[in-house]
Design a protein around this ligand. Sequence first.
Ligand code: IPE
Ligand code: IPE
Ligand code: MG
Length: 243
Amino acid sequence: MLVNLYMIKKNKNTLNHIAIIMDGNGRWAQKRNKPRIYGHKKGVKAVLKAIDFSLCNKLNVLTLYAFSSENWRRPIQEILALIKLFVCTLSSKIKFIHNNNICLKVIGNLNQFDSKLISLILYSENLTKYNTGLQLNIAINYGGRWDIVKVIKKIVRLIQRGLLDLNKINENTVSTLISLNHLPPVDLLIRTGGEYRLSNFLLWQIAYTEFYFTNVLWPDFDSKIFKIAIDAYFCRKRNFGGL
Ligand code: IPE
Ligand code: IPE
Ligand code: MG
């Protein structure tokens, strides 16, 4: 539940929710003649820094893209190493997360993971669900298109059961059924790693989000670049279609 509604506020733009596409781990490692997984391990340190920064600055919501539904196309060794890293990090940091009043939520299609991982996620979400500080969302096996298809299926089921009238479906119906529906909209989306694309991250949810792209590779992401991205956000004029 969100209680801490104070946000970093400088001008008219309010900043409740930041999402990050954490890209560039592999290239960071390759530049150092190390295996890609070395970059992913360093990437975890950058995740912890980003969480620290969010706590210090009383950010309401941080949503991190950790594994896309398309990342299954990678070599199996890398996929297994990424899953192992996720399990180890969550197991070792859950106490820290809970002690810091962080409410954790995992979004994505969890059906493809084994029951041990699902139990760990459910345990962590359950443990932290009444925490009132930072809302931390981790997207794993997440795809924006998957998210939209999931909503379509829910809507069809509601219609079939006679619980929803076709003529009453509107944008709000979708917004209330899609991932992160209980949270404020994404104000700022940061992508590291120098690519200018969304890679199937939050599609519906970012219709009016401000984007910040940086060449910094994810393991090098720190409070300095985080602050630069936020400062850039506060210089933007958000119109939402108005004047
Ligand atoms: C992002 O880094 C992490 C995941 C997608 C899991 P990459 O692994 O995509 O790193 P690059 O883009 O190959 O450098
Ligand atoms: C996006 O990065 C996914 C995550 C950061 C989890 P990718 O490296 O998978 O994106 P593409 O393949 O370059 O678009
Ligand atoms: Mg990449």
